[in-house]
Write a protein that binds this ligand. Structure first.
Ligand code: MG
Length: 248
């Protein structure tokens, strides 16, 4: 009897060990703390005179599919909307350190759509570093994957989300990582982010490319495009501009 229990225990430990060895998306989900909800103000930013306008409200000029060829998202009513299944898009221009302003809006969805399956998209600096776009107004998910999270790296300080169907803003200061000649990291990427005018990240350090599975790490790279994610959901963008930050 005792032997049987020991054998079962041994089998359970063995099973647990091999289970733990497989790296799962859940391994990097952080659910606590839950950012406090803060209701934002109502104004939007006009671009300053030295801004580079990345979306003119009427065409996809300056954008391409990350899979090659022209971007296939939908332009209507001054907004750029994900055409699900057509893939991520990116700017043809590449950037280093920038101040970015971008407005986004998730579609109204039935309540059975939950968690990451609710208005998911993303704003990727240099194609690698994602600030999550999600309907997080009343939609619990892992805290490091909600709207405004630097995906699976930094939980927003507060939840400044507006409800689905309303326009929201991100204002991001992005300091690109620096690499030595031999490709080793000299200084990590840093971000400061305002969500609807509310500070949600202050000069945080990134641990590398934001990844869905496993721990982030850096690969050396130069300037990179701004990339927007097709996660299969209807999400719109407008009023997208950057200011190049020189001499930092
Ligand atoms: Mg996303």
């Amino acid at each position: 009897m005792k032997k049987t229990i020991m054998t079962m225990l041994a089998a359970a430990v063995l099973c647990a060990t091999s289970w733990a060895e497989a790296v799962r998306p859940e391994d990097t989900e952080v659910w606590e703390p839950v950012p406090k909800h803060v209701r934002p103000g109502a104004t939007f930013a006009d671009p300053p005179e030295d801004a580079i306008i990345l979306f003119d409200g009427e065409t996809l000029n300056g954008w391409e599919s990350v899979e090659g060829g022209p971007a296939k998202w939908i332009v209507a009513n001054g907004a750029l909307t994900v055409a699900p299944g057509t893939g991520d898009i990116r700017t043809t221009q590449k950037f280093g350190d920038v101040q970015l302003h971008i407005e986004w809006r998730t579609a109204h969805l039935p309540p059975e759509k939950k968690g990451q399956d609710r208005g998911n998209s993303g704003v990727f600096l240099q194609e690698r570093y994602e600030v999550q776009v999600l309907d997080s107004f009343d939609n619990r998910t892992y805290s490091n994957g909600q709207a405004g999270a630097i995906y699976k790296q930094h939980i927003p300080l507060v939840n400044a989300s507006r409800p689905a169907g309303e326009w929201q803003t991100y204002d991001i200061v992005f300091i690109a990582p620096r690499f030595e000649q031999d490709g080793t990291l000299r200084s990590p990427a840093r971000m400061t982010v305002f969500h609807n005018g509310v500070l949600i990240h202050h000069d945080v350090e990134l641990r590398g490319t934001t990844t869905y599975i496993g721990e982030p790490s850096y690969e050396p790279h130069g300037d990179g495009a701004l990339r927007l994610q097709d996660h299969g959901h209807i999400v719109s963008f407008r009023n997208i501009w950057v200011r190049k930050l020189e001499g930092l």
